[in-house]
Design a protein around this ligand. Structure first.
Ligand code: NAD
Ligand code: UGA
Length: 480
């Protein structure tokens, strides 16, 4: 039986979160919803983002997550606030969550591997400067092991003992976030576990009581700080490894006549393996798997564990290979010539139910097709055209050459994506792509026409009688 502490008065009345992104926004909305007696303030430097969190039109919220609009509507401006007034929110807070971005460094020592902690550092300085009294500071961002030490060091330079000033002290805890995008609210409301890493028992207890408002106590694990930080990197490394493993097997299925769905079902029935996270696809995307693996690899090399670093690096290499193998296969299907062919790319977010495009496999696949002269028509139900443009033109440490004559368009209308297309490529498993009426839509395409299903979502039977040529991940070309 779940026992929650709804009757217990929390010591943490004023809660602040620095960073109003994919983690900060939904996480604080769930805390506000479950702790009505606390005031939760989410702050960010990004004026436009905060304006959108406050927008009356809830379709303009900066994050798309199922259920998010409702929970924001219910709590916003009651006990949940979004503001750029960082000073005031920090100074009144009993507890501050740091949920800022920690991307891979693009220059300097460790570029391409280590996490850039400048946003965490600047948050710590802000807390140091504006906080008052005793403040619990919680690392919610995913960080390299021993970052709490860095935060403590920064904060310690702000500790005041003077008679005239109120004494300023801090307790630093680690409590990494395990939510997945697209299911963020479900994950936050009913997590498998939450971690609290720290030394200060009083602070641990206060944070635990906050979580216990809606999370059973046996799901709250208390560890030392370094285990907490390392567990977050390890969880993402294991999950990413699982996807590279199933994707590697998908490539063996295709030439051998095995079917990846059947293989996944067969191995997943072994309770030691488990059936979740065994969907072969175009490679994992999202802001974290690659970044956190790179971070882990950097840490291994730092401690001179070269073999361990190489082991984890292979997960990323396989992931890159999977994306390229798909674009190559498409190009080779057209005998090497896709210039002036209209290819409809369905889905640009890195997975369904999110508008997030960070590290989406669609980016690399689209770029490789554009480099080969394709006329790409991109469709996504939640991603905006400007976001697609940003991703296709972004230059970063590992960017391939940006196509000179980019020839792509964007549409929200599935029909116009299909019209005169030579091929349709499913890259994201959006619900509406499961429901495509292939008999009707294939008539809009130019003949001969192709479908490449990189998510394995189309039932073979749905294409019978369509004249479509069909390739499916982990099954290969299928005779209909
Ligand atoms: P995000 O980029 O969506 O949001 C971070 C926000 O922090 C931005 O809006 C940025 O403007 C703001 N910010 C940066 N420095 C600031 C400062 N000094 N003061 C105020 N605001 C500042 O990032 P995210 O996806 O929410 O991820 C945040 C952290 O959580 C990362 O470390 C990530 O690895 C981790 N994480 C992310 C997810 C996810 O699903 N996205 C899940 C678990 C953990
Ligand atoms: C992932 C983890 O699942 C979260 O626990 C973690 O908190 C988060 O990273 C983080 O640290 O940011 P997320 O990236 O949002 O969450 O989404 P996932 O559902 O894990 O998917 C990641 C990628 O793997 C997506 O591109 C998805 O399409 C792909 N994937 C996932 C597959 O190709 N096959 C699968 O079976 C599962």
């Amino acid at each position: 039986m779940k026992i929650f502490l709804s009757k217990i008065t929390l010591a943490l009345k004023k809660i602040c979160c620095i960073g109003a992104g994919y983690v900060g926004g939904p996480t604080m909305a769930v805390i506000a919803n479950n702790c009505p007696e606390s005031k939760v303030t989410v702050v960010d430097l990004d004026i436009e983002k905060i304006a959108n969190w406050n927008n009356h039109d809830l379709t303009k919220l900066p994050v798309y997550e199922p259920g998010l609009k409702d929970i924001i509507k219910k709590n916003r401006n009651k006990n949940l606030f979004f503001t750029t007034n960082i000073k005031s929110a920090v100074s009144e807070a009993d507890i501050i969550f740091i949920s800022v971005n920690t991307p891979t460094k693009i220059k300097g020592l460790g570029a391409g591997y280590a996490s850039d902690l400048k946003w965490v550092e600047s948050s710590a300085r802000t807390v140091g400067e504006f906080s008052s009294g005793h403040t619990i500071v919680v690392e919610k961002s995913t960080v390299p092991v021993r970052t709490a030490e860095l935060i403590k060091k920064i904060l310690s330079s702000y500790i005041t003992n003077s008679d005239k000033l109120p004494i300023k002290t801090f307790s630093v805890l680690s409590s990494p976030e395990f939510l997945a995008e697209g299911t963020a609210l479900k994950d936050l409301e009913n997590p498998d576990r939450v971690l609290i890493g720290g030394e200060d028992e009083k602070a641990i207890n206060q944070l635990s009581l906050l979580y216990q408002k809606w999370i059973p106590k046996d799901k709250i694990f208390v560890t030392n700080v370094w285990s907490s930080e390392l567990s977050k990197l390890t969880a993402n490394a294991f999950l990413a490894q699982r996807i590279s493993s199933i994707n590697s097997i998908s490539s063996i299925c295709e030439p051998t006549g095995a079917d990846i769905k059947e293989v996944a079902r067969a191995i997943g029935a072994d309770s030691r393996i488990g059936k979740k996270f065994l969907n072969a696809g175009p490679g994992f995307g999202g802001s974290c798997f690659q970044k956190d693996l790179l971070n882990l690899i950097y840490l291994c090399r730092f401690y001179r564990l070269e073999e361990v670093a190489n082991y984890w690096e292979q997960v990323i290499l396989l992931n890159e290979w999977q994306k390229t193998r798909i674009s190559k296969l498409i190009i080779e299907t057209f005998f090497g010539t896709i210039s002036s062919k209209k290819l409809a790319l369905l889905g640009f977010s890195f997975k369904s139910n999110t508008n997030d495009t960070r590290e989406s496999p669609a980016i690399k696949i689209a770029r490789e097709l554009l480099e080969n002269g394709a006329d790409l028509c991109i469709h996504d139900p939640q991603v905006s055209e400007s976001q697609v443009a940003k991703e296709l033109n972004r230059n970063d440490y590992k960017t391939m050459k940006i196509p000179n004559e980019s020839n792509w368009s964007f549409t929200n209308n599935l029909k116009s994506a299909f019209e005169n297309a030579d091929a349709v490529i499913i890259v994201t498993e959006w619900e509406e792509y499961f429901r495509i009426n292939w008999k009707m839509m294939s008539n809009l395409m130019r003949r001969p026409s192709w479908v490449f299903d990189t998510r394995g979502i189309i039932k073979d039977d749905n294409l019978i009688g369509t004249n479509l040529n069909f390739w499916k991940i982990g099954k290969g070309f299928i005779d209909l």
